[in-house]
Design a protein around this ligand. Structure first.
Ligand SMILES: *[C@@H]1O[C@H](CO)[C@@H](O)[C@H](O)[C@H]1NC(C)=O
Ligand SMILES: *[C@@H]1O[C@H](CO)[C@@H](O)[C@H](O)[C@H]1NC(C)=O
Ligand SMILES: *[C@@H]1O[C@H](CO)[C@@H](O)[C@H](O)[C@H]1NC(C)=O
Ligand SMILES: *[C@@H]1O[C@H](CO)[C@@H](O)[C@H](O)[C@H]1NC(C)=O
Ligand SMILES: [Ca+2]
Ligand SMILES: [Ca+2]
Ligand SMILES: [Ca+2]
Length: 492
C-alpha cells in the first residue's frame, strides 16, 4: 500500500496529534491512509483517561464498552443505555454515526471488569462518553449480565462508501418449538434447552438473556412467572456448536416460538455462559394508576432556591445546573415544574421487594430516608417525533404501603430504617407535593407532547408482567397551564 508511486506533491499537515501525509494518489488511497492515521491517533487516545474500547465482539467495531479511569479499565452498565449513548461511543472511536446499534444485557458476554459507569445520560452533543452525566465513577447497581455495548459501522464499509448496513438479521424461531429446563435443583429452574430440527436438545447462549425472555420461557412451560433470568454455567450445559444466541422477546409472548433470534451469533457464543431461568407461581405485579396521574397533574413555578435538595438528587434539567454554575444570582431563577401524583399498586400475588439488599441502601441526607432502589420510576416527555425533550429523570424512592385495599394490613414502612416494599393489594403513593415528584419542563416550548411515567423501568425486579408498568399520556402545554389526558397503560 505504501510503496505505491510516491509523488512530487505531498502535503504535510501537522496538528498537535495527527500527522497526515497526503500525496496525490488516488482519492481512495488518500482516504484510506487518512483513516489509518486517524485510527492510530485514536488508539493512542484510548490509553488515556476516558479512553474506551470494545471487547467481546467479532472485531474492533463492536463489543461491550470498557472505559479507562484512573488507569483501570471498567465496564459500563446498560441502564438507560440507548442510541444516543451508542452514537457517542462510535463517534469517540472514530466510526461513523450511521447504522449504530446499542446492545444491552451483556450481549457480548458478561462484564469482565467492575462497572465504572451507570445510568449515563447524554444529550448527544458530547465528544466523549465521560462528558455525559452519570452517577459517578464506580457507582452502580448492576450485575455482570448488564454490560452495555455497541455495534458500530464496519470501517471497510465507510471507506468504500458502500454504506451497506450490517443488518442484524433477526429470525423467527420455528413454530411448535419444544423447550425444556435441565439440571435445576427443582423442576421450576434450570438451563433452557431447545429441540432442533435434527431432534437434538441444544442450549441457548447466555449473551443478552434477560427477564423478558425468561418470562416467556416460564409461560411456555406452564410454570408461572419468571423470578430470575441467569447467564451461567451453574446448571451445566456446555455450549454445543449450534446453540442459538441473541434471542429477543418482548415479554408478552406466550411461547418462545414467537420470539426472534439473531442469526449472526448462531453457532458461536462469545462467552461460555448459557441461558437459565427460575420460575415461580407467586410474584408481584406493579400497576401504575393513570387516573390519579391525570387528576393530579399541574404546573408550578419555583425558584431554584427551593430546589437545592432536589438538584442534589438530579431532579432538575441540565440547564438548571448550567445556571447554577454561571449565574451568581441563580437561586432567584425560576424553574417550571410539571407536578403529579404517582400511585403504584401491587396487583400481584407476592410482595414487591427492592432489588438492593438492606445493608446497601443509600441514605439520602436531603430527603432523610433510605433509597432501596436506584431507579424505581422514570418520568419522561417526548415531542411528536418521539425525541425525549424533558430530561429522562430517574426517581429513587423509599418503598412503603401507603394505602391498602380493605382487609389488607400495611406491612412496609420507611420510617426508622423499616423494611421496604409494597404488599399485595397495597399502593405506594408519591403525592405531587413530594420533592422531586415532577418533570422540569422549563426548557419546553408550548405544544402537545407525550408524557411517559414508568415504574421498575429497567426490569430489575421480576414481575408477573411489565405490560402495565408505564402510562403514556398526552401532555398539552400552553405556557399558562398544562394538562395530562388520554393515558394508556403499556410497557415501558
Ligand atoms: C464443560 O465445562 C466444564 C467446566 O467448564 C468442563 O470441566 C467440562 O469438561 C466441559 N464438558 C464438555 C463436554 O465440554
Ligand atoms: C462441532 O464442530 C466441530 C468442528 O466444526 C466438529 O468437529 C464437531 O463434531 C462438532 N460437534 C458437534 C457436537 O456437532
Ligand atoms: C387482593 O384483592 C383481591 C381482590 O379484592 C382478592 O381477591 C385477593 O385475595 C387479595 N389478595 C390478598 C393477598 O389479600
Ligand atoms: C389518545 O391516544 C391515542 C393513542 O394512544 C390516539 O390515537 C388518540 O387519538 C388520542 N385521543 C385523543 C382524544 O387525543
Ligand atoms: Ca439493566
Ligand atoms: Ca443503574
Ligand atoms: Ca407490572
Amino acid at each position: 500500500m505504501i510503496n505505491h508511486r510516491r509523488s512530487l506533491v505531498c502535503f504535510v499537515i501537522v496538528s498537535t496529534f495527527i500527522i497526515l501525509v497526503l500525496c496525490d494518489e488516488t482519492p481512495e488511497e488518500i482516504k484510506r491512509q487518512r483513516a489509518f492515521l486517524i485510527r492510530k491517533h485514536l488508539k493512542r487516545l484510548k490509553k488515556q483517561e476516558g479512553g474506551i474500547k470494545l471487547v467481546g465482539g467479532r472485531g474492533e467495531f463492536e463489543g461491550n464498552v470498557e472505559i479507562l479511569h484512573e488507569g483501570t479499565w471498567g465496564a459500563i452498565c446498560d441502564d438507560e443505555w440507548d442510541i444516543t449513548e451508542a452514537n457517542i461511543i462510535c463517534k469517540q472511536l472514530g466510526y461513523s454515526e450511521t447504522n449504530v446499534q446499542p446492545t444491552v444485557n451483556s450481549y457480548f458476554g458478561p462484564a469482565r471488569r467492575k462497572y465504572w459507569m451507570d445510568n449515563i445520560y447524554c444529550d448527544g452533543t458530547e465528544k466523549e462518553i465521560s462528558s455525559c452525566r452519570f452517577d459517578g465513577w464506580g457507582q452502580h447497581d448492576c450485575t455482570s449480565s448488564e454490560a452495555a455495548g455497541v455495534i458500530c459501522e464496519k470501517p471497510e464499509n465507510v471507506l468504500k462508501k458502500r454504506l451497506t448496513p450490517h443488518k442484524k438479521v433477526m429470525r423467527r424461531l420455528p413454530q411448535n418449538l419444544k423447550i425444556r429446563l435441565r439440571d435445576g435443583r427443582v423442576k421450576t429452574e434450570g438451563r433452557v434447552e431447545i429441540k432442533t430440527e435434527n431432534d437434538k436438545w441444544e442450549v441457548i447462549c447466555g449473551d443478552g438473556w434477560s427477564l423478558l425472555e425468561a418470562i416467556v420461557v416460564c409461560k411456555h412451560l406452564n410454570l408461572g412467572y419468571a423470578s430470575d433470568a441467569m447467564q451461567t454455567t451453574y446448571f451445566g450445559g456446555n455450549l454445543t456448536n449450534n446453540s442459538l444466541a441473541g434471542i429477543k422477546c418482548v415479554g408478552n409472548e406466550y411461547s418462545l416460538s414467537q420470539c426472534m433470534y439473531a442469526k449472526f451469533h448462531t453457532g458461536r457464543c462469545d462467552s461460555k455462559d448459557v441461558a437459565a431461568v427460575s420460575c415461580t407461581n407467586a410474584l408481584a405485579d406493579l400497576v401504575i394508576d393513570h387516573h390519579e396521574l391525570m387528576r393530579s397533574a399541574h404546573l408550578e413555578d419555583l425558584q431554584m432556591f427551593f430546589l437545592q435538595c432536589a438538584m442534589e438528587e438530579n431532579c432538575a434539567a441540565s440547564t438548571a445546573y448550567d445556571i447554577q454554575r454561571t449565574n451568581p444570582a441563580w437561586h432567584l431563577e425560576p424553574r417550571r415544574l410539571l407536578r403529579f401524583t404517582a400511585k403504584i399498586f401491587n396487583a400481584g400475588t407476592d410482595d414487591f421487594r427492592p432489588s438492593i439488599p438492606k445493608h446497601l441502601w443509600e441514605w439520602h441526607m436531603c430527603h432523610r430516608h433510605y433509597h432501596s432502589m436506584e431507579v424505581f420510576a422514570t418520568f419522561d416527555i417526548y415531542d411528536n417525533k418521539g425525541k425525549r425533550v424533558a430530561e429522562g429523570h430517574k426517581a429513587s424512592f423509599c418503598l412503603e404501603d401507603n394505602q391498602c385495599l380493605p382487609g389488607t394490613k400495611p406491612k412496609f414502612a420507611c420510617a426508622n430504617y423499616g423494611d421496604q416494599g409494597i404488599s399485595v393489594n397495597c399502593s405506594d403513593i408519591y403525592k405531587y407535593t413530594v420533592d422531586c415528584q415532577w418533570v422540569d419542563i422549563s426548557d419546553l416550548s408550548p405544544g402537545l407532547y407525550t408524557m411517559k411515567v414508568a415504574v421498575n423501568p429497567e426490569f430489575k425486579v421480576p414481575e408477573m408482567t411489565f405490560e402495565n408498568n408505564a402510562a403514556y399520556c398526552d401532555f398539552y402545554y400552553s405556557q399558562y397551564y398544562g394538562t395530562v389526558t388520554n393515558c394508556s397503560v403499556q410497557r415501558p
